[in-house]
Ligand binder design. Sequence first.
Ligand code: C2E
Ligand code: CA
Ligand code: CA
Length: 764
Amino acid sequence: MAVFKKNIWMLYFLIVSITLILFTLLGYNKWDANREDFVDKQHLQVELFSTSVNSLLTSQEALLEVVGHQLVQQSDFTRTAALQIRPILDQLLDTHPAIAAFGLTNKEGNFIAVSSNLSLSTLPGLMERPHTRDSFIEALNSDKMILGRTYFHESLNSLIIPIRKAISLPGKGVQAVMTAGLQLNSTLVFNDNTHYGDYNELLLIRADHFRQFESSPIHSVARYNETVDANMYKVITAKVAEQHDISIEEIKLSNQSYSIATSDPQINAIVTAKYLRDYKLWVVGQTDLTYVDELFAKEFLVYFLVFILLHIGFYLLVNSIAKSEMVAKEQLVYQASHDPLTLLPNRQYMRNDIHHWLGNKTKPFSLLFIDIDNFKSVNDTHGHDFGDKVLKQISKRLINIHTSECLIVRESSDEFILLTPRNHEQDVKALAQRIIDDLAVPYEVNDSQFLLGCSIGISMFPEHGNDLDSLLRAADISMYKAKKQQNSFSIFTSEMQETHLYKMKVEQRLRLAVENKSLFMVFQPQVNADGSTYGVEALVRWIDEELGFIPPDVFIPIAENTGLMNRLGTFIIESSIQQIARLHQSEQIKFGLSINISVRQFMNKRFSEHLISTLERYQFNPDLLTLEITENLFIEDLSHVKPICESLHEKGIRISLDDFGTGYSSLSMLKALPINELKIDKSFIENIHCDQQSLTMVQNIIAIGKNFGMIVLAEGVESNQHFDVLKECKCDLMQGYYFSRPISSEELAVHLNQQETKYAEFSI
Ligand code: C2E
Ligand code: CA
Ligand code: CA
């Protein structure tokens, strides 16, 4: 059934085939029944005709017999006898209108007496003419009435059948022959209505193959002088015998009618034959098969037309269903392969279509991976409906740029892919620049105007890959570089590939490192303005057996992008808290611990839960813990970040905003979130002693921090000069190589013993 559902035409053809077969069977049955009707009709016709003929002839024979005997017994056959007999014969004529004339002959065939409508003197003897001689002789030798050949009597305008009966007296043999003329037009038996129409006829055929009677009026009387076609006679008798599996002799003896339908070229008719034994006559009914079949064809034509009409209707119905199914299918295919928002082809479409591009290596092409910069912030700030409108505008602009040979695809929310046959570097660069320029034109949505940029990573076929995945990967790698600059493009190079491979290697080794815990923590002291130790920042370290030392700047982003950050973060939190908790106990001093938390960790649902349980496990006072987060966190959904920060804050954990001044944070955000500490990025400290701009910047940040009631920490303090300037600026805390490099917990124990620690001063 599923197959038929798939293809309605199969079902259609099956139904058509079945109905065609049924219709053919019905047609055949009708055709057969029609012939059968005619056979039955003709059978009846022949039976009735045979009975009528037989009874007519039998009655005539009885008449001849009775009259003949009477005459023979009374007469001496003298000349006067003729005169005596004539009135008797005339009287008989009056009472028997079917008889045209009566005559009585002697054994030699000479007439002794005739009815008065004949002239005895002119009438030739029956032995004198061949056609009368045969029947006369036959009559002499038979005790049955014999029929002579039918002839046409002009003055009577009728066909006449001579009938003769030898009259014998017991012990004396044949005395005379009684003869008469049966006038066919005077008897109902032989009238023209014995046949049904032109297509049907009744025949009486004699043993000598001459017609005794033929019902069809269209045939001339001349036919009575001809025998029936011997061939036809043979064919009929042979076919009847063959189809009924009976011999001719058996048919003759059976006194039954036999019917056949034959399309023999000579006959082509329904033939019914019966043999009248007493008078040696074949009664044959014939109905023209062409007529019979034409009649069937006429009747059946109506059925046929209805059948054809129904089928045309059925075809139209199926066709319309198939068409609407096709439309629905096309719609589904379209929906599955197009992005509903921008109506651009989607990733699936590209995957299906890519073989057109890859098929011919002699036709290079370029793949442009277009990523809208900071699109997330549009959605976050204005909502998704607004974002959708912007995306529609972006796609329209891209459509305006692309030519018929290009394929433009919406890869995911704010990522588009453009495939272009352009492959010369200059052309592709020009195209990329045009895209950047066009997308940089201000957008206007809901009466607000704003700007967006995009980054484009470009890969080329076949240099950068032989399949879609490798081309996408290459474009993605080059996109990474473009993203760093924003609003720019970058074409894939082999160096990028190397960097990429290196990153892959790092990722692979990092996985092992996380598993094997071959990572470790170091701690960098954070000091008060008076030089006493305030706390430490935990920094992760990794020395790989194969790759050697890898800075966290390198592997942290890799861990973030490969889903390793949560496991790595768990390790960092657990090991830092465990080691510092141990120092708290062993050294009996309280100092703060700052842990860097990546955005990825922060977004994990179980982050807080895990942090709190770790603190509890190591009995670490939450008041001593600071989480360093970067401003990147605020690019994420603020409604998600805020409650987490607040709940942590409520538990006494502090939040420090790391790398302050390098990101996107706005002052309103500082107010919205429970931030305890601002950490000035080391890039601002570097030249603080010699560059007025850096100094002003640092002074401003410190002022902002104080305004919001936050502690301000400066990192990257490398010299006494830095320290002095920062003290003067009233910076609360400092961290840098000037005080200590990041050190192991054992080294930290020694370091703490040499320093004074003052944590409580800033506790809130
Ligand atoms: P960050 O959080 O800004 O960390 C401070 C970085 O400055 C550390 O580099 C530290 O060694 C370095 N530093 C300290 N004093 C000075 C100085 O006087 N001069 C200079 N030039 N540098 C100084 P590190 O350890 O290589 O870390 C680099 C970055 O890696 C960190 O920047 C942080 O973003 C990330 N990172 C390091 N450890 C972790 C960690 O455990 N978790 C997370 N999420 N990120 C970490
Ligand atoms: Ca930090
Ligand atoms: Ca920093």
